[in-house]
Design a binder for this molecule. Structure first.
Ligand code: SF4
Length: 364
């Protein structure tokens, strides 16, 4: 029995290192049974094939929130406010300019621009905003909105996702972040974010973005109410969508898994806490690398996992450290307060045995 189990695991390792697709059940078997050192080894072998040369990307960008007004009320979110709240805001052009000038001074040129699902701001608002920013800063890259926001605008306007995306691209959208995926299971979504788009809608927005040839990223927020199998199914859905895109489309250029941040959230009040250990984060990142051989970059979320764990992730399949985040308001409102600057991030990558590479936009 033991011999059969070892053989089976070895077969799965070989299949994974050959960049063949593991089924959800095969991935789950490794996730449940493989020693952490072996998962790390296999994921690292895949990373070396997909990203040879020990180069680890990082970026200076700025996360600016368009507004904190949101009608969605996700149970894991402390960031949103009702429209009439005393601290509700919509960022002004003058505030954008101040933030972008600082970003340029620090050597960055990309804004990660996201907000809540504002009940009144429609397509024209976002188009005007993107056009104004691009006119003022022609070299600025807008990594902006996310599938739930596209679904929301599409419902408000009565237009297709494709039409909304086309208008936004024309106005200056460069790439679409993969926020709002959480876990792509409608069972989970109905509990933690019942008003947010369904998993099918999230995937359809990304399908349309890929058809239009813009770069996107994919995420997974885990360790709340989902099962391990649902995590693996999430990965399989992303892999399947990535397989559908045309060869000329970049599709998902990166995958970023991060653990749920519980502090002060409705979920925490209901007893759902973030109990993840560094080892469990590393195992989840490694199994993501193993399950997603058709997504080139896996990013370690130093912001949520911590710098030392992120360094270990570079030996477990990750080839990107993400952004030094000049400003971050969403996970920091749920208890995360790690700090990073250019020296710390390059030092961390070097100390882990890799070569830091400052990229200008989302991974290529
Ligand atoms: S996670 Fe996003 S969509 Fe959900 S409540 Fe927060 S701001 Fe709104």
């Amino acid at each position: 029995m033991v011999i059969y189990k070892i053989m089976n695991i070895k077969d799965l390792y070989i299949k994974a290192i050959r960049l063949q697709f593991l089924s959800t059940d095969e991935g789950l078997y490794l996730y449940n049974n493989s020693p952490t050192s072996e998962l790390m080894f296999v994921a690292n072998e895949i990373r070396k094939k997909l990203n040879p040369g020990n180069i680890v990307g990082w970026i200076i960008d700025r996360n600016v929130n368009i507004s904190n007004i949101c009608s969605c009320c996700c149970k894991f979110c402390n960031f949103y406010r009702r429209k009439n709240a005393s601290d509700a805001y919509i960022t002004t052009i003058e505030q954008y300019k101040e933030k972008i000038n600082r970003l340029y001074e620090l050597g960055g040129n990309q804004l990660l621009l996201q907000g809540g699902l504002h009940p009144e701001l429609g397509l024209k608002f976002y188009m005007d905003l993107f056009q104004k920013l691009k006119k003022e800063y022609p070299s600025l890259k807008l990594h902006a909105l996310s599938p739930p926001e596209i679904v929301h605008i599409s419902r408000m306007e009565g237009k297709t996702y494709r039409a909304i995306l086309l208008s936004l691209i024309e106005a200056g959208l460069d790439s679409l972040p993969g926020g709002g995926a959480e876990i792509l299971s409608d069972r989970v979504r109905k509990i933690i974010s019942p008003r947010k788009c369904t998993s099918g809608e999230w995937l359809e927005v990304m399908r349309q973005a890929h058809a239009l040839g813009i770069r996107t990223s994919a995420t997974m927020m885990f360790w709340h109410i989902e099962t391990k199998k649902e995590r693996l199914e999430h990965l399989e859905l992303l892999r399947k969508l990535q397989s559908e895109k045309s060869k000329n489309s970049p599709g998902f250029v990166a995958f970023i898994p991060w653990p749920f941040q519980d502090k002060g959230t409705i979920l925490e009040k209901k007893g759902i806490k973030n109990t993840i250990t560094a080892e469990e984060y590393i195992r989840t990142l490694a199994i993501s690398r193993i399950m997603l051989p058709n997504i080139k970059t896996i990013q370690a979320s130093w912001l949520t996992a911590g710098i030392e764990t992120a360094k270990l992730c570079l030996h477990s399949g990750a080839n990107d450290m993400g952004s030094i985040m000049i400003e971050e308001n969403v996970v920091s409102s749920a208890g995360v307060n790690w700090k990073m600057d250019k020296n710390i991030i390059t030092q961390a990558i070097t100390n882990a045995g890799f070569i830091p590479f400052q990229r200008g936009t989302v991974p290529l």
